[in-house]
Design a protein around this ligand. Sequence first.
Ligand code: UT7
Length: 330
Amino acid sequence: MEKKITASIIGTGSYLPSKVLTNKDLESMVDTSDEWITTRTGIKERRIAEDDEYTSDLGAKAAVRALSSAGKKPSSVDLIIVATITPDMLFPSTACFIQDKIGAKNAACFDINAACSGYIYAVEIAKRLVEAGSHDTILVIASEKLSSITDWTDRNTCVLFGDGAGACVISGENSGKPRVLYTYTGADSSAAELLMMPGGGTRFPASIQTVENKLHFLKMAGKEVFKNAVLCMYKASEKIMKKYNISIDEIKCFLPHQANVRIIDAVARKIGIEREKVYLNVQKFGNMSAATVAVGLDEVFKEWDLKSGDKILVDAFGAGFTFGSLVIEW
Ligand code: UT7
């Protein structure tokens, strides 16, 4: 009888640009204050990539670290999936640029766009492919340079976002490493216009007007998005726990998307998990869209004192609206 494969995360890595932009720095750019940003969001600082440092550069650095922690050569990777809403270009894919940068010459490459939920969607795809036996070693990367689509004159949005990348290597080799036990993904697109970047696609191709009307920047109706975030993230956690019969007491670490500490607190309260089990990085990196939980997973794997059998619940929400969750067993 064939042995059933359960996808494992055999290595993780992350990369944050070195330039730090603090709330104090933002006070001299827009009409805001450290006090407002801290109390409304929990964010104290975020990282900003250099002008000549692209999404593929951030992703490639995270990928090299993930491969090194997995003990794998780039040539052993048979697929690269990049989750991003800030690709180097509309095409070719950022995954292709990363393939060249890291020398993963035997890999197929594609990008996915599920906004902040992108890493969870990508891990789900990778899990299914290795468990089906079609791929052995998949590099999942979430990389974002949100500073490139941020309107630095709009205080409603520019205080919220940051740049960064996280990556993991998913394998079917049953190594005993953390296993991706369950995945759940969903979407509710009835209010998609609440969070978007309108310009540059087929609806508003780049023109002088799209630049003048600032359509190449991220637009968000913050309050409405906030309410949807709490509902969708609660749903994503509830669905996976109900479907696979997991009680909240079994979860040793809750790793939610990091948009706002108030959203995280509300979701944690609704699912009934203690604050000390909730992972937070929003204070130091802001919202890095898909890269947020990818960087978080790398930090949890390296810094948390997890024991064999401990479960991590990952939960995200993003533009679309998309949402999703993972249960990973240490
Ligand atoms: O990754 C997923 C997508 N993103 C999210 O999930 C973010 C969801 N939304 C949020 O996190 C929050 O809605 C925000 C942090 C964006 C805003 O917080 P809020 O408590 O919903 O504030 P608000 O939009 O109701 O604004 C309150 C006031 C307004 O002034 P008035 O109209 O009451 O006079 C804003 O103009 O705060 C003002 N404001 C600011 N003041 C100082 C908005 N941004 C700033 C700012 N500094 N940066």
